[in-house]
Design a protein around this ligand. Structure first.
Ligand code: GCB
Length: 599
């Protein structure tokens, strides 16, 4: 799993980047004949498509199309880049992509919503136009993650994704050409913060390419500048920077420091990379999560990247608006449900003091069934953990990794009845590998998975926090919020008694048709949503071991079609898909923002 994605491409005096966003050529390849017909040399009779964006929203006839498509773009490399190492970074090709440059195969990648990069030097031509061709498909399959087309799946939806959001496909994020100094460059920077009384400590590890042996790490911010020399052995160098009277990062004061790394040769700088991070530590005991030794409570949402016309595409105005609205409600946290978001989200969270539970794309995972498929899924899950942690490890906002949302140990997702002992044992040890790998790649953060209603409980042994998604009073005992919240209350007590870990409800909510009302709360009305949320928050408040409540969902979002998804939407948003508040958003603002009855 190449580490080339560890550092986001930047522009400075040693590095260059060109964003290839814009209109690309686009051609559907439903017979998968493009390779045989050599479409990598150029497509004809094609359409146009905007990148970033999902093809399912841009073309009426492609709404449910998940098969092969071709993207193509011509580009120039500036003459000044000659002699440099030149890469391409594709930030999201959902789900499987093959890449050619000037008709030559460069590489391929499996997986959604994570970046991948290839070195291009041997494929490029100078003083001429170059052509990049990307063949992408998003075919739903049980051996993929997230899973799709599972026989007997409880979803019964169209398209047949095994998860409750629309399988938006294609180049959902931007594609970036970038150059790095060929003489040697910084490949990765890992900053691990610590605190000793009032001194902040940043433990920095730098990985580099090339023969350069020395450099510097400089930490800047809040009127201080501290520099240390580094020397590499076997491409790695480590140092520890002490910041006296450090300004810690927290939701109330999201203080950041700049960490600048330079490579030097004979007194001259050869490469430089700067990133922003914060000094903060996260810990946990039987009842609480602590940030810098202080108890914290996570108020917030599960979200989606989802907007009309743009689909799952990156859209900075929507991102900025979402942060504005989350702040308006008084939230201090969100989970990147059900996949990693665009890097901009984590930068914004760092700056605005949001605590993030960073989730991998492992949603609706089936930890049982056919061994070959299971082995394939396991491989992809591990790849995701590397990719996500390489990319997002330096964000102070990320306080927890979530390795999977609602995994199950059945052979099929909707399968009823008990799981055999052997299947359980296999599922336990396979899933433990996800936790072990996460802790190995990053021992500084908490690790959770999110458990479904009526799902296996033995995996809770592996987590730092018991995280559950609950819809009692919605999917069960419909219409009775009272029943629902009392089931939640006793279940939370049981879980805490058994596992002696803090608990969090990572999802709870109900579908609400904006503008539908009733005198007494009735399902689908705005009144029901307010009362439901209130009842769950009250339960949480009565228990000293509950550490967070994330409402499902921040906004309404598109799903596959099914009888429980009116118009093809999950309507559990407290904002509509267009970001208008429902009554519940006002209620949360009262409760969270004005800090009434808030922990
Ligand atoms: C869940 C899933 C989420 C769904 C939600 C629902 O537990 O994690 O993806 O959208 O339930 O609304 O049913």
């Amino acid at each position: 799993i190449p580490k080339d994605i560890a550092l986001v491409p930047i522009q400075n005096q040693f590095r260059n980047s060109i964003d290839l966003s814009g209109i690309w050529k686009f051609k559907v390849d439903s017979l998968n004949e493009g390779i045989q017909k050599e479409w990598y040399n150029g497509v004809t009779e094609c359409r146009q498509i905007a990148v970033p964006g999902s093809w399912n929203e841009q073309y009426t006839d492609l709404r449910d199309y998940l098969n092969w498509c071709w993207y193509e773009k011509d580009f120039y490399i500036p003459a000044s880049w000659q002699g440099e190492d030149i890469y391409i970074r594709i930030n999201d090709a959902t789900y499987f992509a093959k890449v050619w440059v000037n008709g030559k195969a460069v590489g391929q990648h499996e997986g959604c919503h994570v970046p991948f990069a290839f070195k291009l030097n041997e494929y490029l031509q100078w003083g001429k136009e170059n052509k990049i061709s990307i063949q992408v498909e998003n075919i739903q399959s049980p051996s993929r993650v997230p899973t799709g087309a599972v026989e007997g799946s409880s979803f019964g939806n169209y398209p047949n994704a095994n998860y409750d959001f629309f399988p938006y496909s294609g180049l959902n994020r931007n594609v970036v050409l970038y150059s790095l100094p060929a003489k040697g460059h910084i490949k990765d920077i890992t900053v691990r913060p610590d605190i000793n009384n009032t001194t902040g400590i940043l433990n920095v590890e730098v990985e580099k390419n090339g023969s350069i042996q020395s450099g510097k790490v400089i930490v800047k911010g809040h009127g201080q500048q501290i520099a240390k020399d580094i020397r590499f052995s076997n491409h790695y160098a480590t140092t520890s920077i002490q910041i006296p009277e450090a300004k810690l990062w927290s939701p109330d004061s999201p203080n950041l420091y700049e960490v600048e790394v330079v490579l030097e040769e004979k007194g001259a700088n050869v490469d430089k990379y700067s990133l922003k991070t914060g000094v903060r530590i996260v810990s946990v005991d039987e009842k609480h999560i602590y940030l810098n030794g202080e108890e914290i409570f996570l108020n917030g949402f599960g979200k989606h990247i989802d907007f009309p016309v743009i689909g799952r595409g990156t859209a900075d105005p929507v991102m900025v608006k979402d942060f504005e609205l989350m702040k308006w409600t008084g939230a201090n946290s969100f989970r990147t449900t059900h996949y990693p978001y665009d890097e901009g989200f984590y930068d914004m969270a760092d700056q605005h003091g949001f605590m993030v539970i960073a989730e991998t794309p492992s949603v609706g995972l089936i930890m049982g069934g056919d061994s070959l498929q299971l082995a394939e899924r396991q491989r992809v899950c591990k790849q995701y953990l590397h990719e996500v942690i390489y990319r997002d490890k330096n964000h102070p906002s990320v306080i927890m990794w979530c390795v999977a949302n609602e995994p199950n140990d059945k052979a099929q997702l909707g399968m009823a009845g008990p799981t055999s002992k052997a299947t359980k044992e296999r599922a336990y040890s396979l899933f433990k590998e996800h936790f072990d790998l996460t802790k190995e790649l990053d021992p500084t953060r908490l690790v959770i998975y999110v458990g479904p209603m009526m799902g296996p409980r033995y995996w809770f042994e592996l987590t730092d926090v018991i995280a559950i998604n609950r819809y009692w009073g919605w999917y069960t005992s419909p219409g009775s919020i009272e029943n629902g919240s009392s089931v939640l209350s006793s279940e939370l007590d049981r879980l805490h008694r058994k596992h002696k870990k803090p608990c969090m409800v990572t999802e709870f909510g109900c579908d609400t048709y904006a503008g539908m009302h009733a005198e007494e709360p009735e399902m689908f009305t705005e009144e029901y949503q307010v009362d439901f949320i209130k009842a769950y928050l009250d339960v949480a408040e009565s228990k000293d071991y509950v550490v967070g409540m994330h409402i499902w969902n921040f906004a309404d979002f598109k799903t596959s079609q099914s009888i429980i998804r009116l118009g093809g939407y999950n309507l559990k948003g407290v904002f509509t898909r267009e970001r208008k508040p429902k009554m519940a958003a006002h209620y949360l603002r009262e409760r969270w923002f004005n800090n009434k009855g808030n922990k």
